[in-house]
Design a protein around this ligand. Structure first.
Ligand code: PGA
Length: 241
């Protein structure tokens, strides 16, 4: 059975004080959350511990936005899986396009991070997606297949989430047409050994279009950036109809 996972990606937003204020406003949004939906918040490292504590006993899981493949070592600026586990993290976003484009993340380092996360018991959320130029050239499918092939080498598909995030749709307000997102996600699924992997759509997901997105048969959830920063709006997303 495919699990439905609705995840927020806060990127580099919110201090600890702002995190606590969000939790206070967000908790009531969970009162009537339908069964069988998992909610995840992937937040900056400094917010992880306080978020875990303040969400204890709720249906929300905590996620990080990166993890290194070694457990300890001379890797200034990185964070390891045991460090994340200690503060209650369950999920970790890996290979987000911002990491690939701005911080030199490659398919190879994405693969290292995925395997290390799984080995430690974290569930990785692998992000894949094409640029506008690649799409215009008709290369979207081949780019995504390459990201999957290289990223998933040696990865256990029993404990994995994939997010299809077309780069041109991220933070632009230019959401991918829902039937097209559904088509690409179906193609991604066809390449997997485990057909039950949760595959999310991400890229300018908004409360106004969540019902339409979640009505698509291949789409098992969303990875939400900007619209996850506001409790009411994200509440509407997790309570999609
Ligand atoms: P967005 O970001 O919802 O702000 O477009 C999505 C993401 O980067 O995961």
């Amino acid at each position: 059975m495919r699990k439905i996972i609705l995840a927020g990606n806060w990127k580099m937003f919110k201090t600890q004080a702002e995190t606590l204020a969000f939790v206070q406003d967000f908790k009531p949004e969970l009162d009537e959350l339908p069964e069988g939906r998992e909610v995840v918040l992937c937040v900056p490292f400094t917010d992880l511990a306080i978020l875990s504590k303040s969400l204890h006993g709720s249906q929300v899981s905590v996620g990080a936005q990166n993890v290194h493949w070694e457990e300890t070592g001379a890797f200034t600026g990185e964070i390891s899986a045991p460090m994340l586990l200690e503060v209650g993290v369950r999920y970790v976003v890996i290979g987000h396009s911002e990491r690939r484009q701005l911080f030199g993340e490659t398919d190879e380092t994405v693969n290292f991070r995925l395997r290390a996360a799984q080995k430690a018991g974290l569930v990785p959320i692998l992000c894949v997606g094409e640029t506008k130029l690649q799409r215009d050239r008709g290369e979207a499918e081949s780019v995504i297949f390459q990201q999957l092939k290289a990223g998933l080498m040696g990865v256990d598909q029993a404990s994995l989430v994939i997010a299809y995030e077309p780069i041109w749709a991220i933070g632009t307000g230019d959401t991918c047409a829902t039937d097209e997102a559904n088509r690409i996600i179906g193609l991604i699924r066809s390449r997997l050994d485990n057909k039950d992997v949760t595959i999310q759509y991400g890229g300018s997901v908004k409360p106004e279009i969540i019902d339409e997105i979640m009505a698509q048969p291949e789409i098992d959830g969303v990875l939400v950036g900007g619209a996850s920063l506001e409790a009411k709006g994200f509440g509407r997303i997790v309570n999609y109809k």
